[in-house]
Design a protein around this ligand. Sequence first.
Ligand SMILES: *Cc1c(COP(=O)(O)O)cnc(C)c1O
Length: 376
Amino acid sequence: MNSKIARFLVDRQPATPCLVFDLDRVSDNFRALRRALPLARIYYAVKANPAAPVLNALVGLGSAFDAASIEEIEACLTAGARPEDISFGNTIKKASAIARAHAAGVTMFAFDSEEELAKLAEHAPGARVYCRILVENTGADWPLSRKFGTSVAHARMLMLRAAALGLDPFGLSFHVGSQQTDPAAYRAAVARAAMLFTDLRSQGVKIRMINCGGGFPTRYRDDVPDVDHFGRAIMETITGHFGNDLPELVIEPGRAVVGDAGVIETEIVLVSRRGGSSDLRWVYLDIGRFGGLAETEGEAIRYAITTPHDGGEMGPVAIAGPTCDGADIMYERANYRLPLALAAGERVQLHATGAYTTMYASQGFNGFAPMAEYYI
Ligand SMILES: *Cc1c(COP(=O)(O)O)cnc(C)c1O
C-alpha cells in the first residue's frame, strides 16, 4: 500500500467499508500508457471508475473518454471533456441516447449489427462510426467475447453499408478481454483488424482508425507483464502490416488506469470454524459481492489482502460477504490463506480495488449502504 493511502487510513480511521483512492496514481498510469503507445489516443473507459475526481484528473491529463451511456457522456462533459473527445463505445444504445449524444456534439459511435447501424444513421446522421469485431479472449481473466463483436465477413458488409447510409465509416475496434495478461492476444487481434482495414480500403471505404480497446492488466495477487510489452505487441503488429502509412490508433484502458490506485478497507464481521472444522476458517467481511466486489464472480479477479497480523502463522480460509444471500461468497477455491490470529472487529485491506468496484455496489441490499469513497 502506498504511504499516502496508509497515512489517510491511520489518521482518519474512516468507517468501513470504504475505498481510498490515490489520484496521483492515475497520472502515473496514464503517463505509462502514453509512453508505451505514444501514437495512440487514450480513451479512458469510464465504467471502470466514473467518479468526478478521476474524470477531472484525466481531463487535465488530456485524455479522451469511452462512454457506455448518455449518463457517462454527461459526466465527462461535466468534468470538462469536449464532446469531440468522447466516444459512445457501447454497441447497445437506446435511440433516445444516441440522439441526445449527437445533439451534445458527440461524433464517434460503436456498432456491431445492422440494427444498431440503422439507429445511428437515423439519430446521428453523418457520425463517425466504428465496427467492433470479435477476437479471441484467451488469456483474459474477465472475458467479454460472448456479448459483443461480429465476424470479419459481417463487419466488412456493415462498413460498406455504413457509407451507403450516409455515415462516416471511420474504423474498427476489438476488445481482447479484460485483465488480459498475454500480449500475444493483441498481436492476433490487431492482425485481424489490419487485414480487414486494408480490404475495406481496397473497396473504396475511407476507413482511418483502429481501436485496440482495453484489457491491459493490473497487478493483483500475481505479477503481470509491464504495459510496455503490450505497447510493443501492438506497434510491431501495426507497423508490420502498414509500414509508415499508419492508421489513427485508439486504446480504451479502464482497469490499467485506475485499478491499482485504490484500496478498500473492510472490517471482519466474523471468523468461524463452521461445523467445528479444525482446518478451514470462514472469514466474513463487511463488503462482498453486493457491496462492489462483483468481479469475484467465478473467483476471476483475486485481490491481494493485507491484515494486522501479516507475518504470523497462516491457515486456509474461505472469504465471504455480510449479506444473507448464498451467492455472497468471494473466494472458496482460490487457495487464500490468512493469519490464524485474525479476529472479528479487525480491519483488513483489499488492494488494487480502484477499478470495477464502487459502481457495482447495490443500493442497500440487506440494508448495507454502498461503500464510502475518498479521492485523495
Ligand atoms: C470495459 C471496456 C473497456 C475497458 O476495459 P479494461 O479491460 O478495463 O481496460 C474498453 N472498451 C470497451 C468497449 C469496454 O466495454
